[in-house]
Design a protein around this ligand. Sequence first.
Ligand SMILES: C[S@@+](CC[C@H](N)C(=O)[O-])C[C@H]1O[C@@H](n2cnc3c(N)ncnc32)[C@H](O)[C@@H]1O
Length: 360
Amino acid sequence: MLVAPFASQLPFVEETLHSSYQALQWGKNIFAIAHKTLSARLLNTVFPTEERTQPLSPELQAWLKERYEALLQQDWQDAAAGFYPATLLFDAPWEEFLRFYPLLLLDLPQMWQRARSRQFQEFAHNVRLEDYPQYYRQNFHYQTDGYLSDTSANLYDIQVELLFGGTADAMRRRVIAPIAQQVVAHPPTPPLRILDVACGTGRTLKQLRYAFPGAVLFGLDLSPAYLRKANALLATQTGALPQLIQGNAESLPYVDSYFSAITCVFLFHELPAPVRQNVIHECARVLQPGGIFVICDSIQSLDSPEQRPMMENFANLFHEPFYRNYIEDDLNLRLEKAGLVVKEVQHHFMSKYWVAVKPS
Ligand SMILES: C[S@@+](CC[C@H](N)C(=O)[O-])C[C@H]1O[C@@H](n2cnc3c(N)ncnc32)[C@H](O)[C@@H]1O
């Protein structure tokens, strides 16, 4: 169900809200730039000879700025159109950031050391690695404990926000409008069931919960620590809690044709190619005929080779073993192979979106 649009009801309030939203986003962006500058200086002091990134051309920087502004505009417009409440635009875990940012700074030297010595399989001793697929037993981003500790779960959202200049949720929210439009065009038999695959710390579920207050929500992830974090986040909202479950997206623990909509945000670039196909097949299996599957992940070099230096920088700085393969991978073909029909492909800032439906 959509919320009442607020556009043009009170022009002054609307203008003030819009300016506040832009100011907030610029504030986040400036903080992220300050953080990146500070950490680059520290890194150069500790390891002066390392040079792992290439500078971005002025054209690429202009492209980034344009895409950043277009994302904020789209985010604003979708709230104004009633796809989600405007309050979501201002939602940010400030208290968490204040609490955990110092920890993140303290953790940086360990991450650099890991990156320097190419160590990417360091975990706490009490983690039962055999419970997880081989491709998952890695310190993605060189982050301490990979995805397998509460410390990692506490630092993850801040790291993503800093990486994307404060736009992570704005990019996640782009999965909402396609679902709302599909639900209007092809109303599912109630209840509206939405699954977020690889839900991580629950940020996408939180956005979906505001956008579809009548929906029954589900979240699945391999990491128990990230699910605990998601549970804590979602418990702060009123209403029925999403049903969170630990599981592998390659074998979803749900019956066939169960969900009206499935989302999957920032997972595919962290999977080997055959696993990407397995996950897509599983999502197609548990999706109802007429249901919609929305993937949000990194932009790809197959669309825009001129942005490749930026993608190379990402792959070089962070441990992302499957990213170079992902940026060349044709997910349209994979979705079609699983019997889905790709309705639309969108791009917003640093992300690409595949909107696919299961034929009725
Ligand atoms: C980059 S994070 C994205 C998390 C979240 N969707 C977000 O928007 O921040 C990748 C997530 O995928 C999860 N993951 C990786 N492989 C998985 C698999 N095979 N099955 C389920 N979850 C998986 C990780 O535990 C992690 O939470």
